[in-house]
Design a protein around this ligand. Structure first.
Ligand code: URA
Length: 196
């Protein structure tokens, strides 16, 4: 309830970032060096949602800067999108369900995800992307209330009134390169919908 109130009261992305940095109810914050809010262009047509910062993201204060992030950048570059693009048409906006790194990179618990989801919902509302890509089970749990990414991936779903494409997480793709073929098909579907 407190997260919902704090999120609803934020009139801008900058205010939301400050509200999350000031929010003290989630235990993960105590073990984290940084509140990792987002990266890329807030006006991008596509918003990507990951799970939680890892060691490198926690140190840098930015999402997806480690090995999974480098793969992510190459994947989206292949459909002409980049987090460094100044043009909303070809830009990418990136965030995570959790702004704080879980200890030993464990999965965030359902309670932690539920606690932080009001902030994510407000983040999506303020960024107002045309399309969302949800990578991995934690993002699907927060956005769709469902997990089972191998069944969800590749089919459009909806969250908070916006189309969502569930995809396998890039960290999973690093461990299971045979899943890259499906991820490529999902990326092409995203590219086609952006062009429509
Ligand atoms: N994995 C994620 O889900 N998010 C990050 O920011 C880095 C790795």
């Amino acid at each position: 309830e407190e997260a919902r109130r704090a999120a609803a009261a934020a009139p801008s992305l900058e205010a939301l970032r400050e509200a999350m940095a000031a929010y003290d109810q989630c235990d993960l914050k105590r073990g984290a060096r940084n509140t990792v809010f987002s990266d890329g262009h807030p006006a991008a047509r596509l918003m990507l949602i990951g799970e939680a910062p890892g060691r490198e993201e926690d140190a840098a204060g930015r999402p997806f800067v480690g090995r999974a992030g480098q793969l992510l950048d190459r994947m989206f570059a292949a459909i002409g999108l980049s987090r460094t693009s100044p043009d909303a048409e070809t830009a990418l906006y990136i965030t995570n369900v959790m702004p704080w790194r879980p200890p030993q990179n464990r999965d965030p618990s359902p309670e932690e995800v539920a606690m932080m989801t009001p902030f994510l919902a407000r983040h999506v509302e303020l960024a107002a992307p045309d399309l969302i890509v949800a990578t991995g089970n934690t993002a699907c749990a927060a956005l769709l209330g469902r997990t089972g990414i191998t069944r969800l991936r590749g089919r459009w779903a909806e969250a908070w009134g916006r189309p969502v494409m569930p995809m396998c997480h890039p960290a999973y793709l690093l461990r299971n390169p045979e899943a890259k073929r499906e991820a490529w098909a999902d990326l092409l579907e995203v590219k086609a919908r952006l062009a429509r």
